[in-house]
Design a protein around this ligand. Structure first.
Ligand SMILES: Cc1cc2nc3c(=O)[nH]c(=O)nc-3n(C[C@H](O)[C@H](O)[C@H](O)COP(=O)(O)O)c2cc1C
Ligand code: SF4
Ligand code: SF4
Length: 369
C-alpha cells in the first residue's frame, strides 16, 4: 500500500530515516532498515577530522537542540560501514557536507563506489556561521551541486535550510545545477531553553532546533518550493506520527524524513508511523500515497488571492459543557457569550477571525458567510 517510486529507486514506503548520529555507522543504518524504513540517510560525511563538543544534544521531549556536527568516521572508513548498511538490503543515501565543490565531488564519487544509492548534500549547519551563510548563497549551491552531479551517476538530493530569506531561489539553483530532488528542512538555528537557576542556555552555543517546534516551518518550506520550482521534494521537520507524514505528502512531498522522533523514541517509532499512515489510508479508502500527494497544495493560496468577504462564526445557542469557557475566553472581539447551558455568538461583534472554531474541543463552532 505504501510502496513508493523515489527518483527511480523502489522504496517499500516513503518513510526515510534522516541524517543524524543514529546513523553514525553501518550498524545504525542497518537497524533502521530492519525496523522498516523505506530508506536511510547517513550522518553527514566530511573530509576533515571532527572534534565533538560535549554535551551536544538537548531535548525537552517535544523537540531538540543539537550542536553535533558530522560523522566521526573518515571517508575511507565508510567503505566498511556502507557494506554493513547495505547487507540489510535497503536503500542507503549518503549525506555529505563540505566547503568546496571539488571536496564534495570527491566525497560523492567515493561513496558511490562504496555502494550508496543516492547522495544528499547538506548545505547548512545552524551552529557554524560559515555554512549558514552558504545555505542562502544560490551561486555557491549551484556550483557545489553541479560538481557532485557531474561526478556521480546516482541521484543527487540537496538538503536545504529554512534559515534563508528565499528558499525558492536556493532550490531553483540546485535544480538548475541538475539535482534530482531537494529535501527540506534541516534544523533551524535556535536556543532550546534557559536554565534560570544557573543563568545558562541548555547548550553552550546556538544549535539546530528539530522536532515538534519546526514542523510548521518544514511544511511551509515544502509548499513554497513546490509552488515555485519543478522538483521532487523530500519533506522533513517535526514528523512523529502517521498524520504528520501524510500532511507533508498531501502538500506534495514525494517522501518524508524522520529524525528527532526516532532519536527520542527509538526505532519502534518507524513502525508506528507506518501503521498510522496505513490505517488512515484504509479508513479513507486510499490505495497509494500517489492518490493524495499534492491535494492540499491546491488549496494553499497566496494572501493576495484570498477572499475578503465577511465571515462570521455560526454558533447560536448550542448546548455546551458546563466546564468549558474556551470560546468565550479566546474571543478577543468579545462576541461569544455564555447563556446558562448554551453559548451564543453576537453576529454584530464577530469579526470572523476563526480562532474559536480551532479551539473548541467539541467542534461546535464553524465559520460561514
Ligand atoms: C542530533 C542531530 C544531528 C543531526 N545531524 C545531521 C547531519 O549530520 N546531517 C544532516 O543533513 N542533518 C542532520 N540533522 C538534521 C536532521 O536530519 C533533520 O533534518 C532535522 O532534525 C529535522 O527533522 P526532525 O524534526 O524529524 O528531527 C541532525 C539532527 C539532529 C537532531
Ligand atoms: S470567529 Fe473570532 S470574532 Fe467570531 S466569535 Fe469566534 S473568536 Fe470571536
Ligand atoms: S469552546 Fe466549544 S465546548 Fe467550549 S463553551 Fe465554547 S462552544 Fe462550548
Amino acid at each position: 500500500m505504501l510502496k513508493t517510486d523515489f527518483l527511480g529507486m523502489k522504496l517499500d514506503n516513503p518513510l526515510i530515516v534522516a541524517a543524524g548520529p543514529w546513523h553514525r555507522d553501518g550498524e545504525g543504518l542497518k537497524a533502521s532498515i530492519k525496523a522498516g524504513a523505506g530508506a536511510v540517510v547517513t550522518e553527514s560525511i566530511i573530509s576533515d577530522t571532527l572534534l565533538d563538543v560535549r554535551p551536544h544534544i538537548a531535548s525537552d521531549g517535544q523537540g531538540a537542540q543539537n550542536i553535533r556536527l558530522y560523522s566521526n568516521i573518515q571517508i575511507e572508513g565508510w567503505e566498511r560501514e556502507m557494506r554493513i548498511a547495505k547487507s540489510a538490503g535497503g536503500v542507503v543515501i549518503a549525506s555529505i557536507s563540505g566547503h568546496t565543490p571539488s571536496e564534495l565531488a570527491y566525497l560523492a564519487s567515493k561513496l558511490e563506489k562504496f555502494g550508496a544509492d543516492a547522495i544528499e548534500l547538506s548545505v547548512s549547519n545552524p551552529m557554524s556561521e560559515g555554512l549558514e551563510v552558504m545555505a542562502s548563497h544560490a551561486e555557491t549551491i549551484y556550483e557545489m551541486t553541479r560538481a557532485i552531479v557531474e561526478s556521480v551517476n546516482i541521484p543527487v538530493i540537496v538538503k536545504l535550510s529554512q534559515n534563508t530569506t528565499n528558499i525558492s531561489k536556493v532550490a531553483k539553483a540546485a535544480r538548475s545545477a541538475g539535482c534530482s530532488c531537494v529535501s527540506a528542512i534541516n534544523t533551524v538555528r535556535g536556543i532550546l531553553q534557559i536554565d534560570l537557576e544557573n543563568a545558562r542556555p541548555t547548550l553552550s552555543s546556538y544549535g539546530g532546533i528539530s522536532g515538534e517546534y519546526i514542523r510548521p516551518l518544514g511544511l511551509a518550506s515544502v509548499a513554497t518550493i513546490l509552488q515555485t520550482v519543478d522538483v521532487p521534494v523530500s519533506g522533513i521537520g517535526g514528523i512523529s506520527t502517521g498524520r504528520h507524514a501524510l500532511e507533508y505528502i498531501m502538500l506534495g512531498a514525494s517522501t518524508i524524513q524522520v529524525g528527532t522522533a526516532v532519536m527520542v523514541g527509538g526505532r519502534p517509532v518507524i513502525g508506528n508511523i507506518l501503521k498510522e499512515m496505513e490505517s488512515w489510508m484504509k479508513d479513507h479508502k486510499i490505495k497509494s500515497p500517489d492518490e493524495i500527494r499534492g491535494k492540499a497544495l491546491k488549496n494553499l493560496k497566496s494572501f493576495d488571492e484570498m477572499k475578503h468577504e465577511p465571515a462570521v462564526s455560526t454558533v447560536t445557542g448550542v448546548a455546551c459543557r458546563e466546564d468549558c469557557e474556551k470560546c468565550v475566553t479566546c474571543c478577543i472581539y468579545d462576541a461569544v457569550v455564555r447563556d446558562g447551558g448554551t453559548v451564543r455568538v453576537d453576529r454584530n461583534r464577530c469579526m470572523g477571525c476563526g480562532l474559536c472554531t480551532f479551539l473548541c474541543p467539541e467542534n461546535k463552532l464553524s465559520l460561514g458567510w
